[in-house]
Design a protein around this ligand. Sequence first.
Ligand code: NDP
Length: 262
Amino acid sequence: MRKPVAMITGASRGIGRGIAIELAKHGYDIVGTATRLTPEDREKGLFEVKDRVESYAVNFVPVAGDISDPDARKRVLHEAFSAFGRIDVLVNNAGVGLIKRLDILETTEESYDRVMNINLKGPFFLSQAVANQMIRQVKQGTEYAPSIIFITSISSHTASPSRAEYCVSKAGLSMTAQNLAVRLAEFGINVYDIRPGIISTDMTAAVTEKYDKLIEEGLLLQKRWGTPEDVGKAVAAIAEGYFEYATGAVIEVGGGFGVLRL
Ligand code: NDP
């Protein structure tokens, strides 16, 4: 039997890297994307991930392209399909935080457009293209029921007025997941929304002290930072079919952040 194939956007570091490693442990061939390729540097970026992932006896194909650029998206998809001829699991993980946090009363259109194009428009249309390919796969007959996973955020439903445009992009991405879940159900293609909480990566490096303090003060039920591995395990459980009867599910991987307390 052939190996299942996963495409993971933003696989060069952080959460995407953690997802790639967990799926590799479960025997997935992987297409991993990022903004750039640095084949001369195997210490970091997609080629570091490739070496790590391939130690689990699977294949990792690195592809570079800006997800917010329609032409780059087309090329990335072409390279992804050329690599293995199909995609069984799409993980929409690539995303950015803000260059500068500004109060919602000061947010600039430039920052809004940047974050919406990368975090929302890019994955929206990438998923549209992959979903159409998955439908063709289903019609041709496939041994793996395809699935699409969105890495959104607790910011999909938690207001942070000093980075409102990021929250809006993630809320939009969560709604993209819901709409695709509805549309793709008839084809047996499941769609999921994973909402990470506070995860230790480059994205959160600049706010380490702030979150250390909040966690210490009881923000989370599980008193520690999340790791890329925590998110990777949730993705692997979905990809492996352990949430088969749960399309459209929202899964928070946030150490109990979302539990309301009195
Ligand atoms: P990192 O900054 O560590 O990694 C971001 C990844 O996305 C990199 O692989 C990067 O590629 C890629 N990327 C960024 N911009 C683009 C682009 N324009 N086109 C293609 N790829 C791009 O972030 P995290 O691992 O922390 O975050 C991953 C996802 O998880 C994001 O969507 C984020 O919003 C979400 N998230 C993160 C949380 C956290 O606490 N860290 C919490 C909740 C959600 P390159 O290396 O080339 O720049």
